[in-house]
Design a protein. Structure first.
Length: 292
């Protein structure tokens, strides 16, 4: 069990803000932290990794105390069993793939884990190449493999797929899910992508102005669990056009555009660029705006 109780004064999007969270994460879960920019999501990951010190609080991971302000315990980052992958991957440009992975080894740790990870992540044929010769998806795999070298208790992912195009992003979501299960990881993911949340998350925490305001499964948190439907897909509104007493909403889903008939009530508040959830119910699609 991971117990997190953290308090930290931050400079938020609207001025000073107090980040104050108190929650638990179960081992083996893939948990998403979701919220607007400046809500404190990355700060939580950095505090868990030991890269950012809380003002007060406690971090306990599987009965091991990593931080306790009262007892003045603050385990150094290198002694925390954490893998961290950020948006920019932070690969060393002057090192090959193998060298990037080797750099992450603990002192005295056998190198056999490197060969295993390169095999699992499909990097064996790329091991002697440097990051600037790799595609975005390949670089992302290197970053994930490097994060797993130390066999972490927690894998922290800070929007690691945000720089990828839609097709590669979908492939890497599948890949991330495979690694999560294969290595029996406890994963905490920060993402703004609603499709990614519904595909990956077992549990989601909504962070607003430094507070967890809601938590549960994606279906519970976004209040769609009471709607029965044959399918639920997310997309982005491209165009809204009135047609007699209804509206025709053009929605981009992947690389395809579909048109959905919306009532006045469904159309209210929608605008171009909004993320929406489309639900099929008895062959009559329902369109709902996704808040956040």
């Amino acid at each position: 069990m991971i117990n997190i109780r953290l308090k930290k004064e931050l400079q938020g999007a609207h001025g000073k803000m107090t980040l104050e969270v108190d929650s638990q994460i179960h081992p083996g879960d893939l948990t998403v932290i979701y919220g607007v920019s400046g809500a404190g999501k990355t700060s939580i990951l950095r505090m868990l990794a030991g890269l950012f010190k809380p003002d007060s609080g406690k971090i306990e991971v599987n009965n091991s105390c990593w931080f306790d302000s009262e007892k003045r315990i603050d385990v150094k980052p290198r002694h925390r069993k954490v893998g961290f992958v950020s948006q920019d991957y932070a690969l060393f440009p002057n090192m090959t793939v193998r060298q990037n992975l080797r750099y992450a080894l603990d002192k005295g740790q056998p190198e056999k884990i490197i060969a295993e990870l390169m095999d699992v992540t499909g990097l064996t044929q790329l091991q002697h190449r440097k990051p600037d010769t790799l595609s975005g998806g390949q670089q992302q795999r290197v970053a994930l493999a490097r994060a797993l070298v130390r066999q972490p208790e927690i894998l922290l992912l800070d929007e690691p797929l945000s720089a990828l195009d839609e097709g590669m992003r979908v492939k890497m979501q599948d890949y991330l899910l495979m690694l999560h299960h294969q290595f029996n990881l406890t994963t905490i993911l920060v993402t703004h992508d609603m499709a990614e949340i519904f595909k990956l998350a077992g549990k989601i925490f909504i962070l607003d102005q430094g507070q967890f305001v809601r938590q549960g499964s994606p279906q519970e948190v976004f209040s769609y669990q009471e709607i029965s439907g044959k399918y639920k897909i997310t997309g982005t509104v491209l165009h809204i056009e009135p047609n007699d007493i209804v509206y025709v909403v053009s929605v981009l889903i992947g690389h395809q555009i579909i048109k959905v008939i919306a009532s006045e009530a469904e159309r209210k508040g929608l605008k171009t660029g909004d993320r929406v959830l489309i639900i099929s119910k008895a062959f009559n699609p329902i369109i709902l705006k996704i808040n956040g």
